[in-house]
Design a protein around this ligand. Structure first.
Ligand SMILES: Cc1cc2nc3c(=O)[nH]c(=O)nc-3n(C[C@H](O)[C@H](O)[C@H](O)COP(=O)(O)OP(=O)(O)OC[C@H]3O[C@@H](n4cnc5c(N)ncnc54)[C@H](O)[C@@H]3O)c2cc1C
Ligand code: FES
Length: 242
């Protein structure tokens, strides 16, 4: 983990408020890890945590939604510009533990860390992706390329199945469910996994200031006491969480 300047190769809008940013990075990254991103002009003080969406030996790719000042400023950067990267951070998914048949379930921008995971599992995972509607849908083709089965669910039924993605997973058909997305979605998934006796990992989001376990601003309550989402997480097993 280090702080470094990195040259941007691509930073493009791929859907409403959604951007894909690819930038130089040449170290090992685990699926589920994240970086703290900052522009070099100090337009915003604290770096913003963004998950690794994909990586190869020379680059790291992020998928992000513009929410406020930080992500909007990042979206204004262009190919050839530099930004500050701090990472990779966090525990990431333990792919050695993820045996057997896996379902990854993502909601909205929560699908971001699941693509690199699916790629590293070599077609052992099915993807269940929930979006609001067909106009807010992205990177579907990437998931299709790396899974035997990718199911899309939109709330209004304008693409794929209609309703909530949580209702379309055959929980008992999997050894593990891995999820990232809105908390209400992840809570429903954990409840269904508990009822079906399936192991579940969740990637949690907290506001983060330091990203390295120092400020204690990202506390998560677990059965083993308070943990830091940035350092002990962001991936937690369902059994650990209160
Ligand atoms: C480990 C981790 C990984 C993340 N990965 C991604 C990713 O891959 N793609 C992506 O688009 N976003 C991701 N996020 C969320 C992203 O960090 C925030 O959207 C971003 O920091 C907002 O900064 P901003 O300056 O644009 O908005 P701000 O002006 O700081 O905030 C705008 C709005 O977003 C809310 N917000 C800010 N940060 C968070 C947060 N961490 N969780 C929930 N709500 C928040 C604020 O309450 C506010 O309503 C991740 C967050 C964490 C903790
Ligand atoms: S963000 Fe500072 S301890 Fe997690």
């Amino acid at each position: 983990m280090k702080v470094q300047k990195s040259r941007i190769r691509e930073n493009v809008s791929i859907s409403h408020k959604i951007y894909r940013l690819t930038t130089d990075f040449e170290d090992q990254i685990k699926p589920g890890q994240f970086f703290m991103l900052k522009t070099l002009d100090n337009a915003f003080l604290l770096p913003r945590p963004i998950s690794v969406n994909d990586a190869d030996e020379n680059t790291v790719t992020f998928l992000y939604r513009t929410e406020g000042a930080g992500t909007t400023k990042i979206s204004s950067l262009r190919e050839g510009d530099e930004l500050q990267l701090f990472g990779p951070l966090g525990n990431g998914f333990d792919t050695e533990k993820l045996n057997g048949k896996i379902a990854v379930v993502g909601g909205g921008i929560g699908i971001a860390p699941l693509l690199y995971l699916v790629k590293s599992l070599g077609k052992r995972a099915d993807a269940y992706l929930g979006f609001r509607d067909k106009d807010n849908l992205y990177t579907l083709d990437e998931f299709q390329k790396h899974t035997e089965k990718t199911l899309v669910v939109t709330e209004d039924g304008s693409m794929g199945e209609k309703g909530f993605v949580t209702d379309y997973v055959d929980y008992s058909g999997y050894d593990f469910v891995v999820t990232c997305g809105p908390e209400v979605m992840m809570n429903k998934i954990m409840k269904n996994c508990m009822e079906n006796n399936v192991k579940c990992y969740v990637s949690l989001e907290r506001r983060m200031a330091c990203g390295m376990g120092v400020c204690l601003g990202c506390t998560v309550q677990t059965k083993n006491g308070n943990k830091r989402a940035c350092k002990d997480g962001p991936v937690f097993s369902m059994e650990e969480l209160l």
